[in-house]
Design a protein around this ligand. Structure first.
Ligand SMILES: *Cc1c(COP(=O)(O)O)cnc(C)c1O
Length: 273
């Protein structure tokens, strides 16, 4: 089964690839990437050949994520960190085409115009009314397309898993503009709960995830959903929202990554069981 927001971002990309007569999907990611996991699974189900360009070298830990990707038939290639920084340059993509043959290119994290369409389908599926919608935010794919679907009075808060940069807000605006031809100001990216940046953690985050499991029997992971719920609960406690505000918090998945964490966060080991 493919699930989580990474699948939503892939759906219309795979349709586009098929329309273009492409049989191979190439994408980028790290050793624990939810996106690599989703591409490998979806490519197998829909009979595409998948190539994953992984940051690091062969000595990069054989993470459970990469083992899963390989088991789905994804071809894994490693790219040194320096080259990886420029991976999206046209020259680099071109040299990959020469090396590996033609492919349909999906960016790291899966966020592009086609991703927005799939993510947007979440909105009509939410059959509860709300004033605020919250989701975890990496590249901004979630944010981008939601904005347009909102009725005017609805607002959204996005909890960034990346260290505070205004470029993310700008990038989302660009994406929305490109897609809809309009600007929306009904969302904001919250940079207060990134815990030091992507995949960085603090003991209070781990404690929160454990407490959340005890209180609600809902599993979070420390990269995306844990930070969002931590931030949301903190804001509620600090009375940031007016009394009676209806808040919907979207759990975007990502639990596959947990199986890679025990090595780093042995305390979360039991969540992967
Ligand atoms: C990638 C991811 C996000 C962030 O989505 P973006 O579209 O990159 O902002 C949130 N939650 C999970 C579980 C993810 O894997």
């Amino acid at each position: 089964m493919v699930q989580g927001n990474k699948w939503r971002k892939l759906k219309y990309n795979l349709l586009e690839a098929r329309l273009n007569g492409q049989h191979t999907i190439l994408t980028f990611g790290g050793a624990y990437s939810n996106h690599i996991y989703a591409v490998a699974a979806a490519a197998k189900i829909f009979h595409f050949k998948a190539i994953g360009i992984i940051r690091g070298d062969e000595t990069t830990v054989q993470s459970p994520t990469l083992q899963f990707a390989a088991s789905q038939g994804m071809q894994l290639h490693y790219m040194d960190r320096e080259t990886y920084r420029h991976k999206e340059d046209a020259a680099n993509i071109e040299s990959l085409r020469v090396q590996l043959g033609d492919f349909y290119y999906v960016p790291e994290g899966g966020t592009n115009i086609f991703a927005l369409e799939g993510v947007a389908e979440i909105i009509p599926e939410l059959n509860v009314s709300y004033d605020y919608l919250c989701t975890a935010c990496g590249t901004g794919g979630n944010v981008g397309r939601f904005s347009k679907r909102f009725k005017r009075r609805e607002e959204a808060d996005w909890f960034s898993s990346l260290k505070g940069t205004d470029t993310l807000t700008g990038k989302v605006n660009e994406l929305v503009q490109e897609y809809t031809g309009e600007q929306y100001s009904n969302f904001k990216v919250n940079f207060n709960y990134h815990f030091g940046g992507y995949a960085r953690i603090k003991p209070e985050l781990i404690d929160f995830i454990k407490q959340f499991k005890r209180d609600y029997d809902i599993t979070l992971e420390p990269v995306y959903t844990g930070k969002m719920f931590y931030g949301l609960f903190d804001m509620i406690q600090k009375d940031v929202f007016a009394k009676g505000t209806r808040i919907v918090a979207l759990h975007t998945g990502g639990l596959q990554g947990l199986s890679g964490y025990p090595a780093y966060f042995p305390e979360l080991n039991y969540l992967t069981k």
